[in-house]
Design a protein around this ligand. Structure first.
Ligand code: NDP
Length: 405
């Protein structure tokens, strides 16, 4: 008997609900969110009466504990927003429930995320004999597991890590974000930080970019160096890493819109008065942008996300590229969502399975790379996110030439 409580009925929650319902590991499922009708719609789309629904404000520990005491889940999959991570962790501790999320905590009033807030729960989860897994989406998540897999099977020491996230999909809209617009825009407008020689180095947002050709004819895209949360835990847990960089592709059209929105103040997160009411411009912008959960219908193309990793094996230089390619249209056919939600939701379901089936054990707060990557990598292949691993030459790795032609 394994009961799961999913919190957040958005784009990622839709995928988690479908995948969890298709897994025999989860015997009872509840999907709870701020707007209950959205959870009801997802439950109806999954069908078979597999999913119960509830309304919960995940900013309130009181509401969360009341729900957990009534349903008594074994694990919570948190796919609400990063703002709710700490209240959900508090409620899990109060009710003796394991915890898993896909994005690290971020305070609403400051566009700044780091693991310190959640790492501070380490002793409390360990003493309670509970497991908390942080960042179990694709990036962070699968990219962290790819790194752990490389460390276990391919390297004695990892020296350089480049994570490259290419979304080669086209949703046909003038401007839209692939996941929650507020979180997405806060992330991409932040200063860039990358790890080099023992410290994070800061550079201007989007100031460093290069062309990247994906394998398997997915296409050539401009990728931009930016900060991403998995670098913080990876350089802590794999201290031989000398440089870690994260790259993401953006179309000229996306960047043009983003620049204008920034210039006119629409990405601000401080309150402004409008008609006697305080509003946050970025939250208002989210309300008028397309809902990422609705983009699946029109999105064509693929995502290609992977790690270029170099280091030493048996005293020799070695480089590998480990990656997954995911097709937006196939994801939509399977679960009614585009590939960004899919590539996040599938790992979240697998991570919950790892805990409930005892493949990952241990009490405390863990980042993904601290767990055994092998059973997780196997499940990726079986559950819709097959991966590939190819060797690169030193020159190919240096210039991120991964397409092998
Ligand atoms: P959405 O905005 O589509 O969904 C978020 C859901 O959470 C909505 O249903 C929303 O409710 C609900 N919610 C928000 N606040 C509360 C609250 N206080 N109480 C209860 N429910 C609440 O976002 P996504 O599905 O795109 O993203 C979900 C999470 O996944 C985010 O944390 C995002 O950062 C993360 N993510 C991680 C990735 C990875 O690879 N690691 C990649 C992409 C996303 P309502 O419907 O009422 O607004």
């Amino acid at each position: 008997m394994s009961k799961v409580l999913i919190i957040g009925a958005g784009g990622v929650g839709t995928v988690v609900a479908h995948k969890v319902a298709a897994s025999p590991v989860f015997t009872e499922i509840m999907l709870a969110s701020r707007t209950k009708s959205k959870a009801d719609d997802i439950a109806a789309a999954v069908g078979g009466g597999r999913i119960k629904t509830a309304r919960v404000d995940a900013d309130s520990v009181e509401e969360l504990t009341a729900l957990m005491r009534a349903f008594r889940p074994d694990i919570v999959i948190n796919v609400a927003l990063p703002y709710q991570d700490l209240t959900i962790m508090d409620a899990c501790l109060e009710c003796g429930v394991n915890y898993l999320d896909t994005a690290n905590y971020e305070p609403k009033e400051e566009a700044h995320f780091e693991y310190s807030w959640q790492w501070a729960y380490q002793d409390r989860f360990r003493e309670a004999g509970l497991t908390a897994i942080l960042g179990c989406g694709f990036d962070p998540g699968v990219t962290s597991i790819f790194t752990a897999y490389a460390a276990k099977h391919h390297f004695d020491e990892i020296h350089y890590l480049d994570i490259v996230d290419c979304n080669a999909g086209n949703h046909g809209m003038a401007f839209a974000t692939n996941f929650n617009p507020e979180i997405n825009i806060r992330e991409v407008t932040a200063p860039c930080r990358h790890w080099e020689d023992g410290a994070f180095r800061e550079t201007a947002p989007m100031s460093m970019h290069q062309s990247f050709t994906c394998p398997q004819e997915v296409g050539t895209y401009e990728i931009y160096r930016m900060y991403h949360e998995e670098m913080e835990s990876l350089v802590k847990h794999i201290p031989t890493i000398r440089r870690a960089q994260f790259w993401m592709s953006f179309s000229p059209n996306y960047l043009k819109h983003l620049e204008v929105l920034q210039n006119v103040g629409m990405t601000r997160i401080d309150p402004v008065m409008y008609n006697g009411v305080e509003i946050i411009p970025l939250q208002f912008l989210k309300a008028v942008l397309p809902d990422p959960g609705d983009l699946g219908k029109t999105t064509r193309g693929k995502t290609c996300i992977g790690n270029v990793i170099t280091g030493i094996k048996d005293g020799q230089f070695k480089a590998v590229y480990i990656y997954n390619i995911c097709d937006h249209e196939q994801c939509f056919k399977e679960v009614g969502s585009q590939a960004i939600s899919y590539t996040t939701g599938v790992p979240a379901m697998i991570g919950a399975e790892m805990i409930l089936t005892g493949k990952w054990t241990g009490a405390g707060v863990f980042n993904m790379e601290q767990n055994d990557p092998d059973p997780f990598m196997d499940e990726l292949n079986r559950r819709g996110l097959p991966w590939h691993c190819v060797e690169l030459t030193e020159e190919q790795a240096k210039i991120l030439k991964v397409n092998q032609q």
